[in-house]
Design a protein around this ligand. Structure first.
Ligand code: COA
Ligand code: ZN
Length: 307
């Protein structure tokens, strides 16, 4: 039996945020801007480009305002998202002209505490405060550790559903389910996505997968089979949360696009051009790139497989 997959999916490229945040050596702001512009040239239309977090927590994100200014000035057509952890972050983002934020509340209370020093109740209270203080912001509830926590292991689907429900009541419009440490498996992805879809029918739901155990693409396919059509991915498989021990990179955008292309699912991203952006990352960013396609060298030769 052939499974009906979505004909097209929306990629939110998160190279600028998740990709860069875990790189220990400072990436010059000009290098970041160059990479982000190349991603846009490759067809990326939605991007989480930076985060408005404490520079003490994540020094690499200290240039958030400059990155936002670059994007708004040079790529006004791109849907620009910034991650924020609290009211202060949302206010900083709004002052810079950001209109879409990803607000994080971890499903695991232990990770929420380690990551943003908050209880669930404090995070929910801040969300309500953001919705009131910044009514022009579209809020996506981006939930880390949905599929497992580095400190406490298994995460209950009921906890996820409760927090999502409370977040939607407080002004979140969209949901992104994040496998922060990359421990999900495809059966689990289907189970969790089914639970969330059943509870919140018609809601815009995306997934954010890490490839720690090599299941990023398998999990992507599992979500796709459930009808999910929004995915967060990063160039070269860069990425990871510094406050989640053991977390490895995101599912690579180029590997995701390659798989989707070959299955006839459109993304709007030009792979050849995207691989040029990955090459810039390789040259300008001191971090290993675990993705497959950029290292394969055979992409051009085998491109006849592309639908
Ligand atoms: N942006 C910039 N600075 C911020 C900030 C923000 N969004 N929120 C708080 N700060 C500053 C405060 O002004 C204060 O500065 P000061 O020491 O100069 O007075 C300092 O940070 C401490 O503020 P406080 O509210 O007590 O924060 P905290 O120490 O409890 O840390 C967070 C909470 C959320 C700010 C911090 O844990 C954080 O930024 N985490 C982000 C983690 C992350 O990005 N993870 C990866 C993505 S999943
Ligand atoms: Zn992540």
């Amino acid at each position: 039996m052939t499974t009906a997959l979505p004909q097209s999916v929306r990629i939110t490229d998160i190279t600028g945020r998740d990709g860069f945040q875990n790189v220990k050596t400072w990436i010059p702001t000009e290098t970041k801007k160059a990479v982000l512009s190349q991603l846009v040239e490759a067809g990326v239309t939605a991007m989480e480009a930076t985060s408005f977090v404490s520079p003490k927590a994540i020094p690499q994100m200290a240039d958030a305002a400059e990155i936002v200014a670059h994007m708004l000035e040079n790529h006004p057509g791109v849907t620009l998202v910034a991650l924020v952890p609290n009211l202060k972050g949302a206010q900083r983002a709004a002052e810079c002209g950001v209109r879409h934020i990803a607000y994080i509340i971890s499903a695991s209370v232990a990770h929420n505490k380690a990551n943003i020093n908050r209880t669930h109740e404090e995070s929910l209270a801040d969300l309500a405060a953001i919705a009131e203080a910044c009514p022009g912001l579209e809020i996506t509830l981006s939930m880390p550790t949905v599929f497992g926590c580095p400190f406490t292991g298994e995460v209950m689907l009921d906890t996820v559903l409760y927090l999502l429900d409370e977040s939607l009541k407080r002004g979140a419009a969209k949901i992104t389910l994040c496998d922060t440490i990359g421990v999900a498996n495809p059966v689990q992805v289907k189970h969790v996505v089914r639970g969330v879809l059943d509870r919140f029918p018609g809601r815009d739901i995306g997934v954010h997968l890490h490839d720690t155990h090599g299941m990023g693409l398998a999990n992507t396919f599992a979500a796709l089979e459930m009808g999910i059509d929004r995915f967060e991915t990063a160039a070269g498989g860069l990425g990871g949360c510094p406050f989640a021990p053991g977390a490895a990179g995101n599912t690579p955008t180029e590997d995701t696009v390659n798989m989707l292309n070959r299955m006839g699912v459109r993304t709007g991203i030009d792979l050849e051009k995207y691989l040029r952006a990955v090459a810039t990352v390789k040259d300008g960013v001191e971090a290993p790139l675990p993705g497959h396609l950029h290292a394969a060298r055979t992409y051009a030769e085998f491109s006849f497989y592309t639908v």
